[in-house]
Ligand binder design. Sequence first.
Ligand SMILES: NC(=O)c1ccc[n+]([C@@H]2O[C@H](COP(=O)([O-])OP(=O)(O)OC[C@H]3O[C@@H](n4cnc5c(N)ncnc54)[C@H](OP(=O)(O)O)[C@@H]3O)[C@@H](O)[C@H]2O)c1
Length: 312
Amino acid sequence: MRKDSRIFVAGHRGLVGSAIVRELERQGYCNILTATRAQCDLSDFRSVIHYFEHVEPTHVFLAAAKVGGITANNTFPADFILENLKIQTAVLEASKLAMVNKLLFLGSSCIYPKLCPQPIKEEYLMTGALEPTNDAYAIAKIAGIKMCDAYRAQYGCNFISAMPTNLYGPGDNFHKAYSHAIPQIMRKFHEAKLVDLSEVRGFTDGSPLREFLYVDDLAKACVHLMHHYREAGPINVGTGVDCTMRATIELIAQIVGYTGRIVFDGNIPNGTPRKVLDVSRIHALGWKHEVSLEDGLRKTYDWFLSAEDKRM
Ligand SMILES: NC(=O)c1ccc[n+]([C@@H]2O[C@H](COP(=O)([O-])OP(=O)(O)OC[C@H]3O[C@@H](n4cnc5c(N)ncnc54)[C@H](OP(=O)(O)O)[C@@H]3O)[C@@H](O)[C@H]2O)c1
């Protein structure tokens, strides 16, 4: 990927896509292509083919997807499987037809079996049953990986698949019901602070161990993989470091400045006791995360406050 390569970032307004654009710009890439949903609906095969014929990208970061937290996945499983299959199918086929040099597909750590050994190695894919609350989404992502591999095997396409752990950062979705854990918890404490609430409840019992990666670190990993990885199968992207949800939640409260009581009432099911990726493969390629959870959460809260200011 040269500095003047024609690089299409699909999903450039989302959490991941916007971070990839920031990182490419920071590194001096000068030919970044983006399209809003109105300009090109990526779930519409014809419009994707037309867009690729028009802009002729040489490299593609596929960060467009239908994404959401547990409640969203559980409520709209048909939308999650259909939208994601449509987007992936259209972008991969268009990339093959346009003879794109390289494509990076973004999956998610939810592709791995619910009860697989920890830390999770890439080879555990399809060795057991998935977490049922998001299996429709996970199946779509597994299909994306297999499609990349099939296009590589049959047509020689240089399509790679990166599997990030839980992400957070500027540009995240802070929707009250349908967002991921970190923005949802951050918002909860922010609102509690505003009305001086004496206690906040509605958590797990705090014991689950989870891993979180700051999105700018993921963006650096994606650019790194574009340069240094060209194999079939998924490659994990995470910190390899896990932390109890209790400690993570207390840290978020501290950063937000909420000083009331936090009740770990177990109102939300704990889910799998531990989930952390084995990141030895990407470490061996020369990438490692840089941003600590505390620094990342501070940056995320600063961004949330500035976005709130803009809305007012
Ligand atoms: N967030 C996480 O914690 C996490 C963790 C692991 C993996 N990932 C993966 O990372 C990728 C990106 O996730 P994200 O968190 O950045 O999601 P996001 O913030 O929801 O962004 C998704 C982007 O895709 C675009 N998009 C969706 N459907 C489209 C369509 N039909 N046509 C055109 N654009 C469309 C959205 O456009 P609009 O702006 O128009 O809505 C948005 O810009 C996904 O593949 C996801 O599986 C995310």
